[in-house]
Design a protein around this ligand. Structure first.
Ligand SMILES: Cc1ncc(COP(=O)(O)O)c(C=O)c1O
Length: 378
């Protein structure tokens, strides 16, 4: 059987009730105190336009959060831009920074919205490989070997999507040295920072000495607070970068939605136990899936962070796209084949942690049936 990813996506549209371990959208409801803050903003009529760079109260809350959680120091007046999701943040940033012909070193695999943004800006992506044996951590030597006189930017996504790989603190420190020695600007996408497991540690590169002036930190509300549909992200960077991204933003949609910005103030300034509760739930699901998928013969690099398991299914002898297609067609479960994250990932599938444990148990049962029916064990 030969299927391609487009057929799979068509089939997914026709099966809206399938159990979805496809999109990276948290299954938890947005915590109540955040919803209450949005309702209060509506009731009080705090719904009008705000500055294009974002509601000042939110920029200040972001400044406090970055200092408290990340050791990243910014001036909320000039060094923060609130965006319509991290998605807009990454798009604006790339358009504002990349000139045709500029090279940007990106981890392979990664969240491919970056690819679209970079190609649109006329940039050249240079892939820095990561692999299962090293839990998909970026290797500073591989990065260094790819630097040319045209290299302008280094993209770090840690924890990474789709792999769950993280860059350990010593690796982040080495990457910071390279960035300074070779005069690179670093984009640090930290959207999954709160979801790390088994004692793994997240270190923000923007907090390291000499990095403040060359780091753009990208983050958002979607993952940390289960707020995907509220569409709030942000950039923290030196004022010049922020001005460049803000002037583009103004052309596109003027500002991020006001009510969502008030909700985000409550998210960042309010109690954080909701985040830890979600992290614990993801940790339990992750542990369950790691064991169950190993039992099915899949392998993976330990996902030290993130909301995904990036599993190598090659030992079963079924093509990953075919496996995903059959799982959806015959068992009503959606997972994403790795080729959606780059051509060379044909042996992999991305399975999210974003369903309750009972649903994951069903998924494993159904996956087991497909493997049983079609596997040609190697
Ligand atoms: C690495 C990464 N960055 C940014 C985003 C954008 O997220 P949002 O626009 O919901 O903030 C995503 C979404 O999945 C992501 O995986």
């Amino acid at each position: 059987m030969t299927v391609n990813i487009f057929e799979l996506m068509e089939l997914a549209k026709a099966k809206p009730n399938a159990i979805s371990l496809g999109l990276g959208d948290p299954d938890f409801a947005t915590p109540e105190h955040i919803v209450a803050a949005a309702k209060a903003a509506i009731d009080d009529g705090r719904t009008g336009p705000v500055e294009p760079t974002g509601l000042l109260e939110l920029r200040q809350a972001i400044g406090r959060k970055l200092a408290r959680d990340n050791g990243v120091l910014v001036d909320p007046q000039s060094e923060v831009l609130v965006t319509t999701g991290g998605q807009e943040a990454l798009f604006l940033l790339v358009q504002a920074l990349i000139e045709p012909g500029d090279e940007i070193i990106v981890p392979d695999p990664r969240y491919t919205s970056y690819d679209d943004a970079i190609l649109l800006a006329g940039g050249r992506m240079v892939l820095a490989p990561t692999d299962e044996a090293h839990a998909f951590e970026l290797d500073p030597d591989e990065v260094e070997a790819r630097i040319t006189p045209r290299t302008k930017l280094l993209l770090l996504i840690s924890p990474n999507n789709p792999t769950g790989g993280i860059n350990r603190p010593e690796t982040v420190r080495r990457l910071a040295e390279i960035a300074q020695e070779r005069d690179l600007i670093v984009i640090a996408d930290e959207i999954y920072e709160k979801f790390v497991y088994d004692g793994a540690q997240h270190l923000s590169i923007g907090s390291l000495p000499g990095m403040r002036e060359r780091t753009i930190t990208l983050n958002g509300m979607s993952k940390t607070y289960a707020m995907t549909g509220w569409r709030i992200g942000y950039l923290a960077a030196p004022a010049g970068f922020i001005r460049a991204a803000a002037s583009l933003k103004q052309m596109v949609n003027i500002q991020a939605p006001t009510v969502s910005q008030w909700a985000s103030v409550a998210a960042l300034d309010g109690p954080q136990d909701c985040v830890e509760e979600m992290r614990r739930a993801y940790a339990t699901r992750r542990a369950y899936l790691m064991e169950a998928l190993s039992d099915l013969g899949f392998s993976f690099g330990t996902p030290w962070g993130g909301l995904y398991i990036w599993a190598n299914v090659s030992s079963c002898g079924i093509d990953a796209v075919e496996l995903s297609y059959r799982l959806l067609q015959e068992e009503d479960v959606l997972i994403l084949p790795g080729v959606g994250f780059g051509e060379r990932w044909k042996d992999y599938v991305r399975i999210t942690l974003l369903q309750p444990l009972e649903q994951l148990e069903l998924v494993v049962e159904r996956l087991g049936r497909v493997v049983e029916r079609y596997a040609v064990r190697k």
